[in-house]
Ligand binder design. Sequence first.
Ligand code: SF4
Length: 375
Amino acid sequence: MQNEKAGLYIHIPFCQSKCAYCNFYSITSVNLMPQFVAGLVNEIKLYQRQFDAFDTVYIGGGTPSLLSSGQLSDILSTINKFHKLDKETEITMEVNPGDVSVEYFKSLLSLGINRLNIGVQSFDDKILRFLGRRHSANEARQAIRHARAAGFKNLGIDLIYGVYGQSINLWKKTLAQALPFRPEHLSCYELTLEASAPLYKRYLEKKIKKLNEKQQKKFFFTTAEELGKAGYIHYEVSNFARKNNFKSRHNMKYWRHTPYLGLGPAAHSFFKNRRWWNVKSVKDYLNNVPQGISPVESEEILTAEQLKLETLFLALRTKDGIDLRAYQKRFRTDLLEEKKMVIESLINSKLLELKKGFLRPTLAGMAVADSLALI
Ligand code: SF4
């Protein structure tokens, strides 16, 4: 929705070590962090007056919890000084369980951060070791307790399923260990083996296997069932909220095609029909921003056809689906007419449904959301 307020994403490109499955951009030498924060502050200033206002801020990475509260304060105070933030702005930060204490969490709250995403990934130490995480299950539990003790009332937990050697029962145990913390939000991602991730090499060497389609569906439906029983709203393929107001407002912007500004190395931005992205390496980034030079590497202008396809791809990942009236208004075309035959066939196969002016995926449709988008 182009008329909604934009979201602001900040990419912190540092990690203490690389996880075996990771394909996000980050580096493990943290000595450039002070220069990076100074550079980021400059980049925040570069966009002054280019966006009306933001009502979500998401500090992701990488590992943002490697930043000190002083560095976070520099970043957030610059955002506040040079941009308009709504009073009710959702400010989320990703944290790694090994880095945090009650005092650190309290300092985050005092800076205005009101939502946390804790990268737990599993409550099983064997699985955590396999994934190359640097925290233990106990540290994960401790981090959640610390966040609650500090006063966080909007807490998200990230978990991964479909890990080689993980049975459905082991996965159910991890879910069962997450639920007593009553997290406001749960993200449950299937482990994907991207070519750039270290685990991929083990896959090529035939030391580990990927899930087959039947196993993928079993994990997906088990997750939906277990979290449904616990009262969670399954609002996107991998995302569950305890109540409507605990849905990730920032991530909803991506799925609703709302404008967003991404700052930091490798960050992407989107506005109207333009997408642009920053240089990937921290060094290249720091060759530009300290001098007040934009670190944008390149851009693309999306055609109406590309925008339509993206809208379908993103919206059909969400339980809300596509608002047909809004689609007609934006693209001046009736989606149901335009794709009549294929939509009818997907409705007959019970993968899509029409409800109150929305074209929505069913649960079976959400399980194959990536292929639905090819309509
Ligand atoms: S998964 Fe997260 S913590 Fe692990 S290396 Fe990637 S960005 Fe860093």
